[in-house]
Write a protein that binds this ligand. Structure first.
Ligand SMILES: [Zn+2]
Length: 139
């Protein structure tokens, strides 16, 4: 959010500056048209950038909200965290977010790989982690 505020401020400064320059230029006719155009264009570009950032930000916030709800977390809580902390909030969410649909099914099956001890699917013949092959189907 800090970045957004900074960009908004730069955009606003550019806008005010361009209005001032345009005012001086029209009054004294000393500043060439190119300069007026440059600042006008600068203000327009800044406005577009600010709007662009704002839209991206809203889309990201909506995504975090939906992602949190989908994974059984509070969407509103994470939305607030992202709004308050900004990019850091998004990073925290990406780190701590639980997998979709809770823990993988393999863990519920209780079948462990005899080689590496990790949970594996009930019907696998090869350990997906260490690649060990099992002689019998249900060992
Ligand atoms: Zn294994």
């Amino acid at each position: 959010m800090d970045q957004l505020r900074k960009i908004s401020l730069i955009g606003l400064t550019f806008l005010l500056l361009s209005i001032t320059i345009t005012g001086i230029a029209s009054g004294q006719n000393e500043i060439p048209d190119e300069v007026t155009w440059f600042f006008g264009l600068g203000a327009a570009v800044c406005a577009v950038v600010v709007i662009f950032w704002f839209v991206i930000w809203i889309l990201v916030a909506i995504w975090v909200y939906r992602d949190a709800e989908k994974r059984g977390s509070s969407g509103v809580l994470w939305l607030l965290i992202v709004i308050i902390l900004g990019i850091i909030g998004i990073i925290i969410w990406l780190v701590v977010r639980p997998p979709i649909g809770g823990h993988p099914k393999e863990q519920a099956s209780g079948r462990m790989c005899p080689n590496c001890g990790r949970p594996i699917p009930m019907d696998s013949r090869v350990c997906p982690y260490c690649g060990k092959q099992f002689e019998s189907f249900l060992k």
